[in-house]
Design a protein around this ligand. Structure first.
Ligand code: B12
Length: 210
């Protein structure tokens, strides 16, 4: 459909105003909000993720595309019942205690949102107790933990140990520059991803969704 193609094109080129206008136009033409999100905004963000993974585009372009996605989401979100958007699953994300790096985490978070997941962001410098409290409160299907320092990376295990009693219902994915698949396995995480695009794919696999 032409209007959806136009939305995708505007999003991929980071044109936030264009995305907002085209989404408004699509709604005026009678398109369902969910169709606009899934076949327009999310589809485009998936393409952005693929390009990022293939080194065809870099962090700034992804951030600009994500901002354009948000401007489109802002138009459609109020029209949704709410549950429709979160139906794919909820991810709780945060950077470990002692660590203030959040650029990568925010990127991962945006890609999750772009993938239709509901994201609860605990921010930076998050202690294990806060992860556990938030899991108790929000009942996410996935917890995503970020660490950028070799000195804070071991703390991921404290967080995972603190979530022990919830593990039947919660999957854990870890990432950040110093983190490896081997380390993720050693500390008992369910998954590891090296970048934002593959993080979304891993979570989809964990939740068995498309
Ligand atoms: C920006 C930056 C900062 C900023 C952070 C600003 C912010 N709001 O984030 C500031 C200036 C605050 C900072 C401070 C420090 N920093 Co610094 N910082 C960096 C820098 C330059 C870029 C990091 C970044 O944002 N990269 C871009 C993002 C997109 O990439 P990313 O974070 O790796 O995320 C991607 C993946 O890792 C993955 N990912 C990330 N999180 C997650 C989570 C999940 C669940 C998954 C699946 C994937 C995933 O997906 C992301 C997107 O693809 C790096 C060097 C570098 N080139 O990496 C150093 C670096 C990380 N910092 C370093 C250091 C040492 C420090 C300080 C200790 C410096 C100091 N002496 O004060 C302090 C520590 C502060 C603290 N307590 O955290 C070292 C770490 C060395 C080490 N191995 O431990 C680095 C590597 C620089 C270096 N070469 O020495 N830093």
């Amino acid at each position: 459909m032409q209007i959806l193609d136009n939305i995708k094109e505007a999003l991929m080129s980071g044109n936030a105003d264009g995305v907002r206008e085209l989404v408004t136009q699509a709604l005026n033409e009678g398109l369902e909000p969910m169709k606009i999100i899934e076949d327009g905004l999310i589809a485009a963000m998936n393409m952005v993720g693929t390009k990022f993974r293939n080194d065809e585009i870099f962090v700034p372009e992804v951030l600009i595309a994500a901002r354009a996605m948000h401007s489109g989401m802002d138009v459609v979100k109020p029209l949704l019942a709410g549950e429709a958007l979160s139906s794919k699953g909820t991810v709780l994300i945060g950077t470990v205690k002692g660590d203030l790096h959040d650029i990568g985490k925010n990127l991962v978070s945006m890609m999750f949102q772009g993938g239709g997941l509901n994201v609860i962001d605990l921010g930076i410098n998050v202690p294990a107790e806060d992860f556990a409290k938030a899991v108790e409160e929000h009942k996410p299907q996935v917890v995503a933990i970020s660490a950028l320092l070799t000195s804070t990376m071991p703390y991921m295990k404290n967080i995972i140990d603190g979530l022990d009693i919830y593990r039947d219902n919660v999957k854990i994915i870890v990432g950040g520059a110093p983190v490896t698949a081997k380390f993720a396995e050693e500390i008992g995480a369910d998954a590891y991803a090296p970048d934002a695009a593959s993080a979304v794919e891993k979570v989809r696999e964990l939740l068995e969704i498309q």
